[in-house]
Design a protein around this ligand. Structure first.
Ligand SMILES: *Cc1c(COP(=O)(O)O)cnc(C)c1O
Length: 364
């Protein structure tokens, strides 16, 4: 038998639909102030922190998790005014997004998205051999061309739109969601990863009751300050939930994540003031960024702001290298030339960012 060790290359054996994918690179560099990933950087109240730690420490690790996380589903269901049968949890919202494409996409089917938006929709669709139809937002204000989106969605299996959108910060108009449901037969996902930072009426969760094709994605990664825990969930019609329950990785939501998520959701009343203070910091940061000469800032209903300024990639590198402040560079992305996305930090972090930006712009 011929020995082929020297010429072996697993790339040649990858399933064709998966050729060319690269490991995700969040472009992270260690910095004193990290405003690059839309995490919640504000400390949680001591009492909440204690409850989370207690949940972590008192969870035995020798038993398998409950595959459907029923206790957590009940806690979430009580919050959102739906039944357990309307909820599916996942290892972050990302897993739920993947499973939606795995279940409802596939060869001969398409996903409609409205970029610039979260890149994972497209990546997961491609992995699941689902074609992607992009209806680009208008360049000036990132608004969605409703006619174009509805017409694309007429032939689609799925539509994924984000409210508030990442990275543009704007909400989906209820009229657009209405048209997608009335004029198409697609499954419509509203991704509400950041909705806790928007006005309380902004959520589409109440629509799930009367609209079986509407699905809402939520996560504990942003407002709940649990990005490292990995817990996201879908609120949807019970038949959607049942399909996802049947195809998911059975133990993807581990016992610690389930226990801590339960404690966090039960503590949501005490986390709410932290969310409100991020919102007021967002408004202050918005003003501060508007005052930087040459900067254009878009209004945002999320915990980040999108800013366009000359030489954005270089500004980002200088923030990182000279001021130890990390923000996210979108300047390479279509439709987002010279744009940076800045997470709203603590008052001290935001001050430091604004002072650094002012110094960079003045020195130019
Ligand atoms: C952060 C985010 C998610 C989900 O993140 P997880 O950490 O996987 O829960 C989903 N959609 C958008 C648009 C996001 O920005």
């Amino acid at each position: 038998m011929e020995r082929q060790t020297a010429t072996f290359n697993a790339n040649e054996r990858v399933r064709p639909a998966l050729v060319g994918f690269e490991p995700y690179d969040p472009a992270f560099s260690p910095c004193e102030v990290n405003l690059s990933a839309n995490e919640n950087t504000h400390p949680l109240p001591g009492e909440v922190q204690k409850a989370l730690e207690q949940a972590m420490l008192s969870t035995p690790l020798n038993r398998y998790p409950d595959p459907l996380a029923n206790e957590l589903r009940d806690v979430l269901a009580a919050w959102h005014g739906v039944g357990r049968q309307n909820l599916m949890v996942g290892n972050g919202g990302d897993e739920v997004l993947f499973n939606l494409l795995f279940a409802f996409g596939g060869p001969g089917r398409s996903l409609v998205v409205a970029p610039p938006c979260f890149e994972e929709y497209k990546n997961f669709a491609k992995m699941c051999e689902t074609s992607v139809v992009e209806v680009w937002r208008k360049e000036e204000d990132f608004s969605i061309d409703a006619d174009a989106l509805v017409s694309a969605a007429k032939d689609a299996a799925l539509v994924m739109i984000t409210s508030p959108n990442n990275p543009t910060g704007d909400l989906v108009e209820p009229a657009l969601a209405r048209r997608l449901l009335d004029e198409t037969d697609a499954l419509v996902l509203l991704d509400e990863a950041y909705v806790e930072f928007a006005d309380t009426e902004a959520s589409f969760v109440p629509w799930v009751h009367n609209n079986p094709r509407l699905m809402v994605l939520r996560t504990l990664s942003k407002a709940f300050a649990l990005a490292g825990l990995r817990c996201g969930y879908l609120i949807a019609h019970e038949t959607v939930v049942n399909v996802l329950a049947a195809i998911r990785q059975i133990y993807s939501e581990d016992v610690i994540a389930q226990a801590v998520a339960c404690a966090a959701v039960k503590s949501r009343g005490k986390i709410e003031p932290v969310v409100r203070s991020i919102v007021s910091e967002r408004d202050r940061l918005f003003e501060g960024l508007c005052a930087i000469p040459g900067a254009h800032v878009w209004p945002s209903s999320a915990n980040f702001l999108l800013v366009r300024m000359a030489d954005a990639a270089r500004v980002r590198a200088r923030l990182r290298d000279e001021f130890s402040v990390l923000v996210r560079d979108f300047s390479y992305a279509p439709g987002l030339s010279d744009c940076l996305r800045i997470t709203v930090g603590t008052p001290a972090e935001n001050e430091r960012l604004l002072a650094a930006l002012a110094a960079i712009v003045e020195g130019q």
